[in-house]
Design a protein around this ligand. Structure first.
Ligand SMILES: [Cu+2]
Length: 130
């Protein structure tokens, strides 16, 4: 029983290692995935339940938002105005290096970017749309 558990653990490690190898062959430490060239606003989730900036700014209208996970745990990104979530827009990055992007139409005003993962309620930043 113990022997079986050990060998299946070794197999899992080997699979994980072989999956990680292509990333190691890259000359850069950046994740393989990149944001679309059309990205208007880049937001990064960083360690300590924070976004990479405390305030962001973008032009009004159709906005392509890109979200990059520089942390090791799952995060989401929603846009909130006056306590109400802008409907139809939510980005999710489940692990380190994950990238998500999507477009949302925003009128000029003041918004808050938030992560909806339980316990991440302090993960907020201001978004000014001009
Ligand atoms: Cu979060």
């Amino acid at each position: 029983m113990i022997r079986f558990a050990k060998s299946s653990f070794a197999l899992t490690s080997l699979v994980a290692l072989s999956m990680a190898l292509p990333a190691c062959s890259s000359t850069s430490s950046a994740p393989a995935e990149t944001l679309p060239a059309t990205t208007d606003l880049e937001v990064r989730a960083i360690a300590g339940l924070k976004f990479d900036k405390t305030s962001y700014e973008v032009a009004a209208g159709d906005t392509e938002i890109g979200y990059v996970n520089d942390d090791t745990i799952r995060h989401t990104l929603v846009v909130v105005q006056d306590g109400t979530k802008v409907s139809g827009f939510e980005l999710k990055v489940n692990k380190k290096g994950a990238i998500d992007s999507g477009s949302v139409t925003l009128a000029a005003g003041t918004y808050v970017l938030m992560c909806t993962v339980p316990g991440h309620q302090n993960m907020k930043a201001d978004l000014t749309v001009k």
